[in-house]
Design a protein around this ligand. Structure first.
Ligand code: SAH
Ligand code: TMP
Ligand code: ZN
Length: 406
């Protein structure tokens, strides 16, 4: 028995993804014997509707000076965050005098650079100092700290209250939501807004994209869970905007209760979630069965290809792929290597299953018969670049929403 991280009611795991390593912990051979593992079990709280990991490695094990994820490597995400920033500036900054924006998990500055370029007061809170350094080199104000209620108080003292607190793919990383929500509620001006977007539970369940679940993602949110997590700290949802990024995300806009008009999107989404069973434990029991089916289909396919004497290379050593590889038990016997653009992942091995990570040049130099699309959320951007692979007869293996060869 565990306690829900949000409402403290009792919860029971409905599923285990087995022993999992740090999802972004790409490592060298001499580090194999010291590798850290934890049992990744998931639970759904029927009281506050929050999907969560019951255990999570410490933040310092995941976010540090060698963090392997650099946001700006994706062209489409650069465009996406420019549009996100423009939406904030146009819809929420227009009538404010000298507005101040704080971004949590600002990474290499992919979003904040747009505020800097428009001369807005801004601050990035980014604990992984190596990615924060990239932002600082661009001139973006960034501090290397974990956001918390204490830190919110320090920011208020130094720079005043924030007109907007924004973040993307960060809120679901922070286990102590009650502390964070209090910190944000305190940091905001009386009519400030909190805008964040995260992988959406509705998409994960509909697509069986269980790879969204890994150490960093301690929550996969829905509108119901966000309403419950922030409602207890004086913030209400005023708008909800579904996004296509990261395989289906939700942008949540919140504000102090009673300060803003509430968009009809909120009622519509809450109703849809009930219809999709996002609040019912039976849905998660079905999800578990879907994950098991996906696993046996993928492993079966890879074994068949191997028996035919053909090669498979992974495309994108994503953090998500760590869950897939370790849950399915896929190692270098089934996948030759994984090609990835991130220099600090290259010439290392994937966490847990120890598949070599190489560059895209290696993929092009000796193309395999099959490429397994781990970075499926970046498919459009990848297919624009990899037309040659398909023209030469190469086939793509998908595992979301179902295992398929195309
Ligand atoms: N916003 C970027 C980066 C997402 S990766 C994007 O969408 O591409 C998650 C980021 O959150 C990492 O850079 C990590 O260092 C940061 N992070 C983790 N815990 C945090 C915390 N408590 N406060 C602020 N940032 C945090
Ligand atoms: P993400 O799914 O968490 O955004 O991670 C994407 C990973 O895929 C990251 O390691 C970079 C890599 N990648 C490529 O190798 N090639 C590409 O074209 C893109 C868009 C990403
Ligand atoms: Zn709960």
């Amino acid at each position: 028995m565990y306690k829900c991280r949000i409402c403290l009611n009792n919860i029971n795991p409905f599923m285990s993804f087995g022993s999992q390593p740090i999802a972004n912990g790409f490592l060298k051979e001499h580090e194999f014997s010291e590798e850290y593992f934890f049992e990744m079990e998931t639970a759904f709280c029927e009281s506050c509707n929050t999907f969560q990991l019951v255990t999570q490695p410490s933040a310092e094990k995941m976010f540090h000076e060698n963090y392997a994820f650099f946001s700006s490597l994706s062209k489409n995400m650069r465009i996406h965050f420019k549009m996100f920033a423009e939406m904030v500036m146009e819809e929420y900054f227009i009538d404010r005098v000298d507005p101040f924006v704080v971004e949590l998990g600002s990474n290499d500055g992919i979003m904040l650079q747009n505020f800097m370029n428009n001369n807005f007061r801004h601050l990035g809170v980014e604990p992984s100092s190596n990615v924060g350094d990239v932002a600082r080199k661009k001139g973006i104000n960034t501090i290397s700290e974990f956001f918390s209620l204490d830190l919110a108080e320090n920011i208020i003292e130094e720079s005043g209250h924030a007109d907007a607190v924004i973040c993307a793919n960060v809120m679901c990383h922070i286990p102590d939501m009650n502390d964070i929500a209090q910190g944000i509620a305190k940091l905001l001006t009386a009519d400030g807004v909190l805008i964040f977007e995260e992988p959406y539970l509705g998409d994960m369940l509909a697509k069986t994209s269980y790879d969204q679940i890994y150490d960093e993602h301690v929550y996969i949110f829905s509108a119901h869970s966000v309403m419950n997590a922030f409602g207890r700290h004086g913030l209400e949802i005023i708008d909800l905007l579904h996004q296509e990024t990261h395989g289906g995300s939700m942008r949540y806009v919140l504000a102090p209760i009673g300060t803003h008009t509430i968009s009809p999107n909120v009622e519509i989404t809450l109703r849809d979630e009930k219809r999709q069973g996002l609040n019912s434990i039976e849905t998660f029991v079905k999800f578990k069965a879907n994950c098991e089916k996906s696993r046996s289909n993928l492993v079966g396919l890879l074994k068949d290809i191997k028996l035919q004497g053909k090669r498979v290379v992974g495309y994108g050593a994503t953090s998500k792929s760590t869950t897939v590889l370790n849950y399915c038990g896929i190692g270098p016997d089934l996948i030759d290597f994984i090609a990835d653009t991130t220099p600090i992942k290259q010439n290392k091995f994937t966490p847990g299953c120890h598949i070599p990570v190489k560059s895209h040049e290696d993929f092009h130099a000796n193309p395999p018969e099959y490429a397994l699309l781990f970075a499926w959320n970046h498919a459009t951007e990848i297919f624009e670049k990899e037309t040659q692979f398909s023209e030469n007869g190469g086939k793509w293996i998908y595992f979301v929403p179902s295992v398929e060869v195309k």
